[in-house]
Design a protein. Structure first.
Length: 94
């Protein structure tokens, strides 16, 4: 694994080289060209580029409590854990 200015580059056992950039709010000010220029500076050529969503879920909470009158109440609450967008770039060495 190699760290880059915007993310990481990983080489698989099959010999594929891929760059991963987390497109969270920290990186929205950068565009693809900035990331590609960083790959070029490191000696890589871009073969393909795509985006994928990683993670995310709906979390269910159930609250059980008793009122002052002793009545048992049950309420549910849902929270959304939003996925993260990741830019995946297939690379090859020059």
């Amino acid at each position: 694994m190699t760290k880059t200015k915007y993310g990481v580059i990983r080489k698989t056992k099959a010999g594929e080289i891929k760059g991963y950039v987390n497109m969270s709010t920290d990186y929205f000010c950068f565009n693809e060209v900035d990331v590609f220029c960083n790959y070029f500076d490191l000696g890589f050529n871009v073969v393909d580029n795509y985006y994928k969503l990683v993670g995310g879920d709906i979390i269910h909470y159930i609250y059980r409590y008793k009122t002052e009158d002793g009545e048992q109440i049950e309420e549910s609450y849902e929270e959304i854990d939003h996925p993260t967008m990741v830019m995946v770039t297939e690379l090859k060495l020059e």
